[in-house]
Design a protein around this ligand. Structure first.
Ligand SMILES: [Zn+2]
Length: 110
């Protein structure tokens, strides 16, 4: 499957929660089937952690923050070449391999 956004890419939040809009972050996880991705420090949620014992380790109770997945349509890829949130197209190299192309500056992303 052609994936427009991959792990390690930088994305900008274009829609969604006001606190996250315009923020950029690195994609740390892609969930292709759900069309969602997890972006570092974006869409932070808080979860109350009870004191639990797992594998002999004691987890302290308290509030932990974690990144909740965002829908892929809420973000745009930040092109590493021009630095702008850009639409992504696909082209083929001379070897016939698909490469991502920035529709803003026209340069290959991969
Ligand atoms: Zn570009």
């Amino acid at each position: 499957m052609k994936q427009k956004i991959r792990k390690g890419d930088t994305v900008e939040v274009i829609t969604g929660k006001e606190v996250d809009k315009g923020k950029r972050g690195e994609v740390i996880k892609v969930l292709p089937k759900k069309e969602r991705l997890v972006v570092q420090k974006i869409n932070l949620r808080k979860k109350h952690q009870r004191a639990v014992q797992t594998q002999g380790r004691q987890l302290n109770p308290g509030i932990i923050e974690f990144e909740a997945p965002l829908h892929i349509s809420n973000v745009m890829l930040v092109c590493p070449k021009c630095g702008k949130p850009s639409r992504v197209g696909f082209e083929r190299t001379e070897e016939g391999l698909p490469v991502r192309v920035c529709k803003n500056c026209g340069k290959e992303i991969d």
